[in-house]
Design a protein around this ligand. Structure first.
Ligand code: WQD
Length: 351
């Protein structure tokens, strides 16, 4: 049974990928310092898979502690690297923290991968590397543009660092460019836990519907799109997770080649903000309280993926449509509220 190291295994996409890897016969360990996550999702992973995920609470910026994990697990057959800061707006306010955290972590990890000859490295990248594309849908050959935020710059630099690493030392690497991951596991045992006020659309929708946010803002309806609101490629987090399992298996099957692959992980469908809201209202039966506000600086008007290379090369079959994305996101939001109420009952001090 091949052992895979997932960094950021306690996070949103990381936890869903851990579940998919376990369900597909892999042994999994995680490195997550819980600076931007909690161990809450570990319970959900155990409920779904029956397995207790071993998480090493290590800061990847600490090389010695990271190396120690590899020394304790010399049989690591692949690494999937999620752990990074990812809030676009925050990165504009704290660029140095983003460059230090996201790039130092990556370089330390690659030093360990090189030392232990782990010839299988998957990097969590983002469609943000395409900036505001001139032509949509975008393929993997669409030229990348200067990043619109330090967060996006760390993804672009990360891709560069990995490409040079793979070329110079001869390693198999895969860059996965996510579009907009949304939704939650169908069991509602794991999902997205945004820290503070959610920046992303779908958690903002579900937290408005559940009453955590009084009224949601739609950032602009005067764009050159079919209904004036921005267009994105929303993709279910479980479809994203399974693509990681397929990418790791793809490299294991290729054995000791020096393959550098890039895949667009999108649904291939463009959906506007207002269409996403309508889909949520239809599946939840809730009337969403929102108003149209000013545009958000840095927003791309329209982007969605041509995902055919990933579908064909990885044999990737997508299972969830926009309605399932909204249904599972809503079920998860309701589950979190139930758990919060249960915790308040058990710990009155939380009230
Ligand atoms: C989508 C649309 C907003 C909130 C970013 C990163 C990307 C990835 C996902 C990490 C936009 C609108 C949003 C709200 C709104 N990050 N919106 N009201 O900006 O496409 O992508 O997050 O993996 O790399 O760039 O996602 O969900 O923030 O916004 O109107 O309260 O929803 O203006 O048009 P985005 P998003």
């Amino acid at each position: 049974m091949s052992k895979i190291l997932v960094t950021g295994g306690c996070g949103y996409i990381g936890s869903h990928t851990v579940v998919d890897l376990i369900e597909n016969g892999f042994d999994v360990i995680s490195i997550d310092d819980n600076s931007r996550s909690t161990t809450y999702l570990l319970n959900g992973i155990e409920k779904i898979t029956g397995k207790k995920l071993k998480n090493y609470k290590v800061d990847l910026k600490n090389f010695d502690e990271t190396l120690a994990v590899f020394q304790e697990n010399p049989d690591i057959a692949g690494v999937i690297h999620f752990a990074a800061y990812k809030a676009v707006g925050e990165s504009v306010e704290m660029p140095l923290d983003y460059f230090e955290n996201n790039l130092f972590s990556l370089i330390n990890l690659l030093k360990c991968v090189k030392e232990f000859k782990v010839n299988n490295f998957v990097f969590s990248s983002s469609c943000t590397v395409y900036g505001s594309p001139d032509v949509i849908p975008v393929t993997e050959q669409t030229p990348t543009k200067k990043a619109e935020s330090p967060y996006g710059a760390t993804k672009q630099m990360g891709e560069e660092i990995i490409s040079e690493f793979a070329r110079a030392y001869g390693f198999n690497t895969v860059l996965l460019r996510y579009f907009n991951p949304v939704g939650a596991h169908p069991t509602a045992f794991i999902g997205e836990l945004p820290l503070g006020k959610p920046q992303n659309l779908v958690p903002a929708i579900t937290q408005t519907a559940i009453g955590k946010i009084p009224q949601m803002m739609v950032y602009g309806d005067d764009y050159d799109t079919r209904d004036g609101s921005c267009l994105r490629d929303y993709i279910h987090v479980c479809d994203i997770a399974h693509a990681h399992t397929l990418a790791v298996q793809y490299m294991i099957d290729k054995k000791n080649t020096t393959n550098r692959e890039v895949f667009n992980l999108g649904s291939g469908n463009g959906v506007t903000v207002l269409e996403a809201i309508k889909a949520f209202e239809a599946v939840s039966g809730e009337k969403l309280n929102y108003k149209i506000g000013p545009r958000r600086p840095g927003d791309v008007v329209a982007i969605y993926a041509n995902n055919s290379y990933a579908v064909q090369t990885l044999n990737w079959e997508l299972k969830y449509d926009i309605n399932e994305m909204m249904r599972t996101a809503w079920a998860w939001e309701q589950k979190v509220k139930q758990d919060e109420e249960l915790m308040k009952k058990q710990n009155p001090v939380l009230n």
